[in-house]
Design a protein around this ligand. Structure first.
Ligand code: MD3
Ligand code: FE
Length: 217
C-alpha cells in the first residue's frame, strides 16, 4: 500500500450542475480508477488505439478505440457506429463489468436511472492532443445521457451551448471525475483544450484517457 492509495476514493468537491441536465461528479470513478486503467490496457491489446481520419481528411490528434456492442468510427466516408473494428475486422472487445457498473451508477446518481450503455468510446490524449468544438449527434437515442469518465492527466474541458457560436465555459477535469450529459446539454457543443506540456498523473504519466458511455439505438 502506498501513500497514494490513502487518497483513492476521497474527494471534497460536491456534485455540480454545469448546464441544463449536465452534472459533474467529482472523483466518482476514483475507487475504481486503477481497475479501469487495467481494463483500458487489455482492451487496447485487442483493439489498438488509432488516430482516425475525419470526413474532411484531418487526422484526429486524440487516439481512439472502443469496447462494447458498438464503437465510434470515422473515415473519409463519414462518422458512424460500427459493431466491428475496421482495423481488426473483429467485434469490439466486450464492455468490462467495471465499466458497465460505473456508467450505470453515475447515470443514476445524476438522475438518469434507466441508462444502459451500448458501447464505450475510449479517447487517449498525449501532450498537445485536443478535440475541437463539436456536438455528439451520431446517436439515435438522444433522450439517453452520455456518461464521461476522465482518467490520468488533468485537462481543460470546453462547453458551450446549442449553437456553435455560443460562448464557451472552461472546466478543469481531473483523474476520476465523471460528467453526465443529459437533457438539453446532450446536444451542447463541447471540446477539449490541448493537453498541457506539464500535465501528468502518477498512474498514467503525461497521458489522459476519457471514456464516453453511449446509448446509440
Ligand atoms: C457534452 N470527448 O468523445 S468528454 C467525445 O474529453 C468527447 O475526450 C471529450 O467529446 C473528451 O465525443 C469530452 C465530455 C463530453 C462527452 C460527451 C458529451 C461532453 C459532452 C455529449 C454532449 C455534451
Ligand atoms: Fe463529444
Amino acid at each position: 500500500m502506498s501513500t497514494f492509495d490513502l487518497f483513492d476514493g476521497l474527494d471534497d468537491r460536491s456534485p455540480e450542475r454545469i448546464a441544463d441536465g449536465a452534472w459533474v461528479l467529482p472523483g466518482f470513478a476514483l475507487p475504481r480508477a486503477r481497475e479501469l486503467l487495467r481494463a483500458i490496457e487489455q482492451i487496447s491489446q485487442a483493439a489498438p488505439f488509432r488516430h482516425q481520419t475525419t470526413p474532411g481528411g484531418y487526422r484526429m490528434s486524440a487516439a481512439m478505440t472502443s469496447c462494447g456492442g458498438l464503437g465510434w468510427v470515422t473515415d473519409r466516408s463519414g462518422y458512424r457506429y460500427s459493431e466491428t473494428d475496421p482495423v481488426t475486422g473483429l467485434h469490439w472487445p466486450a464492455l468490462p463489468d467495471a465499466f458497465l457498473r460505473l456508467a450505470i451508477e453515475a447515470a443514476e446518481a445524476a438522475g438518469y436511472p434507466a441508462f444502459v450503455p451500448q458501447g464505450c468510446l475510449i479517447n487517449r490524449y498525449e501532450t498537445g492532443a485536443r478535440m475541437s468544438l463539436h456536438q455528439d449527434k451520431d446517436e439515435e437515442r438522444l433522450e439517453a445521457p452520455i456518461v464521461s469518465v476522465s482518467l490520468g492527466a488533468p485537462m481543460t474541458f470546453l462547453f458551450g451551448g446549442p449553437n456553435r457560436t455560443d460562448p464557451t465555459a472552461r472546466y478543469r477535469l481531473e483523474h476520476g471525475d465523471v460528467v453526465v450529459w443529459g437533457g438539453a446539454s446532450r446536444l451542447f457543443f463541447h471540446g477539449v483544450a490541448p493537453l498541457g506540456k506539464r500535465a501528468e498523473h502518477p498512474l498514467t504519466g503525461p497521458v489522459r484517457y476519457n471514456l464516453t458511455f453511449r446509448r446509440v439505438r
